[in-house]
Design a protein around this ligand. Structure first.
Ligand code: PRP
Length: 211
């Protein structure tokens, strides 16, 4: 590994602001992060740290490849993507859940036919139904999955539910919870060995804040 600054990858979007606030709370100057414009690599002055911003799945890819040492990413992406890294801490923000949802008043488990489930998360969905021993057809959708049962493409969806508003406004309801989701701190396995002291320092600061 070349001699470079310690690099933290943050997931752009929904959990970005909370992740930046966490860095601020542990004492880092996040001015550059708050004034980032369109820049993707930001620095933390007075610290040997730089922060990169990436899409959730890419945060995992960068950490797995060791070009980023640490990452902040949702458990939803971790569950779907998998990969070789250590999941160090539950950061307690970005809380939501994976749920199986259906059109209000319908019974997903009724009857004997193989049901169709639409989702952005085919691996999560496959694992969920495999554990139950239920055979389903999975259709991968890229977004606004709630549409699929409404237009008759699927009997149900496996998707992220946060406030439940999207389901409610589209006449859907949760049929069963699949998994609890929140933002997690992940670490590259080699970085943790080679830069143990520095990384442990950061982990300790974060864990102290989470108490
Ligand atoms: C997610 C998810 C639901 C919505 C749930 O979508 O897929 O659509 O948020 O939130 P709620 O329970 O608070 O209504 P996101 O906005 O990430 O975009 P997507 O539809 O493209 O997946």
């Amino acid at each position: 590994m070349e001699n470079r600054k310690l690099r933290i990858a943050l997931t752009k979007g929904r959990i970005e602001e909370k992740a930046v606030s966490l860095l601020e709370e542990i004492g880092y100057d996040v001015t550059d992060l708050r004034e980032k414009g369109r820049r993707l690599i930001l620095s933390i002055p007075d610290e040997d740290i730089e922060v990169v911003l990436a899409k959730a799945a890419d945060v995992i890819t960068y950490v797995e490849h060791g070009v980023c040492d640490l990452g902040v990413v949702g458990k939803d992406t971790i569950m779907e993507h998998g990969g070789k890294f250590f999941e160090i801490a539950d950061l307690n923000f970005g809380k939501c859940r994976f749920a199986l949802a259906v059109k209000k008043g319908t019974d997903f488990f009724a009857g004997y036919g193989v049901k169709t489930v639409a989702t952005k998360y085919p691996n999560v969905t496959r694992n969920f139904f495999e554990k139950k021993g239920i055979d389903v057809d999975i259709v991968k959708i890229e977004g606004s999955v709630e549409l699929a049962p409404l237009v008759g493409l699927a009997d149900g969806i496996v998707d992220i539910v946060e406030t439940g508003t999207t389901l409610k406004e589209n006449g859907l309801e949760v049929c069963e919870d699949v998994a609890y989701i929140s933002a997690r701190l992940i670490v590259n396995t080699v970085s943790l060995k080679l830069k143990q002291e520095r990384i442990q320092e950061i982990i300790d600061l974060i864990e102290e804040k989470l108490k």
